[in-house]
Design a protein around this ligand. Structure first.
Ligand SMILES: Cc1ncc(COP(=O)(O)O)c(C=O)c1O
Length: 437
């Protein structure tokens, strides 16, 4: 009896972030989805599953081993050790990632500046953990903001100040104003997090001029930019791609966050960051920020699974080191699905005067639908139970308690027939809800 009583814990005596809605967003949305398995999911931002093939995993692994033997000259014993043993904290596929960034993105980085992480999520955590020195430090982030970033910031107790996206993906005047205000309040803004390509969830892509001005502003204001780029390889038109901020960065202003979740497979849990910022210590020495982050990683996940790294690298090698080549089939699916979703929305909501609008992203998975009423989790629950369709309430991407009149649809892991049926169901919900207003 006493033992039982002693094991009862009070939430308000545990880490404060555990009580924070931001940390529960993903679980809550998954929990609703799990309760309605028959509902069509226009919520999941998961990649298309057409290329999932168990046999490919072994092929990728073998391809990476061949690379170790033939290109790096490893003896069989070294090949075995590389896969089976604990490994280098910063990862074992950094050279291949650096070559890929040069090939696909025109980004030239020292492989030593790359830390391979357990998904992009760990990359965010490491960067934010290192940037948070004390309670004066704050992060700026373009709103709406990816919940994974908000959650990671909570874990390191780094407050996030929202910056308006405006029509360009970042409102530079608002960014300057937020910096000014934060400093006037005695705070120390360290970085601004953003997604220049197909932002999740807003879908905006920054034009070239905005990217250049943003870099200039960040340099003048002495803040870093955290560039997250999980969707950059999924434009509708490949020749419309713009250079990443990192490709334009000649002053180590950008920490680049990469993910293989959408370009290879999320199950491998492999991401990385490029942190080529020089760090000076008191003794007059200089290191790379990546090496400082490596210390944090060594105490968090020790190293990213070499087996996972090998699988991702094998896929990369199988396509000549190019993720553009590796993702060709997926890109075609996403472009087709996005077209179907936008055409489907236009057909179902032809009259802008009715108060329903949606954006038209140039790529990636997500479309934001704006309606003339607040969209909350209760409406999602009703949608799932009574209409059989799931989507994501946009309030999850804003500060807790914000009333938001929009929802995010995803078209990445559904068939054309599911898109049509899902939109029919969504239209029925919206029309019924409008009649109640
Ligand atoms: C904005 C953003 N960043 C990063 C990721 C990927 O993170 P990870 O590599 O940890 O799966 C996602 C995936 O949904 C995302 O939407």
């Amino acid at each position: 009896m006493t033992g039982l009583a002693n094991s009862v814990l009070a939430l308000d005596e545990l880490f404060t972030a555990l009580d924070d809605p931001a940390l529960n967003s993903m679980n809550l949305l998954n929990e609703i989805a799990n309760r309605y398995p028959q509902a069509i999911s226009l919520a999941a931002g998961r990649p298309c599953e057409d290329s999932f093939d168990v046999a490919a995993l072994d092929r990728y692994l073998q391809r990476f081993c061949r690379y170790l033997r033939e290109e790096l000259g490893y003896a069989e014993e070294q090949v075995r050790r590389t896969l089976f043993q604990y490994g280098r904290t910063k990862g074992i596929v950094h050279e291949l990632i650096a070559a890929n960034l040069a090939l696909d993105e025109g980004v030239r980085v020292d492989p030593e500046a790359i830390v391979v992480t357990v998904g992009c999520q760990e990359a965010m955590y490491l960067a934010l953990r290192a940037l948070r020195r004390d309670s004066r430090d704050v992060l700026l982030a373009v709103a709406p903001t990816y919940v994974g970033l908000t959650g990671a910031a909570r874990l390191v107790e780094l407050p996030v100040l929202p910056v308006s996206a405006g029509s360009t993906g970042v409102d530079l005047a608002d960014l300057a104003e937020q910096l000014r205000r934060a400093r006037a309040d005695g705070l120390r803004p360290r970085a601004c997090y953003l997604m220049p390509d197909f932002a999740n969830p807003a879908g905006i892509t920054m034009d070239l001029g905005t990217r250049q001005q943003l870099l200039a502003l960040a340099q003048a204001e002495n803040i870093l930019l955290l560039e997250d780029n999980p969707y950059g390889l999924f434009p509708v038109e490949l020749d419309q791609r713009l250079p990443t901020l990192k490709a334009l960065d000649d002053a180590h202003t950008v920490i680049y966050l990469g993910s293989f979740a959408k370009t290879a497979l999320p199950g491998a849990r492999v991401g990385y960051l490029v942190a080529d910022q020089p760090v000076h210590d008191r003794a007059g020495g200089t290191s790379l920020l990546a090496d400082q982050l490596s210390k944090l990683k060594s105490m968090l996940t020790v190293n990213t699974s070499p087996i996972s790294q090998a699988i991702v690298a094998g896929k990369l090698l199988e396509h000549g080191g190019s993720l553009i080549a590796a993702t060709a089939a997926d890109r075609a699916v996403y472009a087709r699905n996005l077209r179907l979703m936008l055409d489907g929305l236009a057909a179902r909501f032809p009259d802008p005067a009715a108060g329903i609008s949606f954006n038209a992203p140039g790529g990636s998975f997500f479309v934001v639908v704006t309606v003339p009423f607040a969209v909350d989790d209760a409406l999602l629950e009703r949608s799932a139970a009574d209409y059989g369709v799931l989507w994501t309430p946009m309030h999850h991407f804003y500060a807790a308690g914000s009333a938001v009149n929009s929802l995010r649809l995803s078209c990445s892991v559904v068939t054309p027939a599911q898109i049509e049926l899902g939109l029919d169901r969504l239209a029925a919900l919206i029309n019924d809800r409008l009649k109640e207003a």
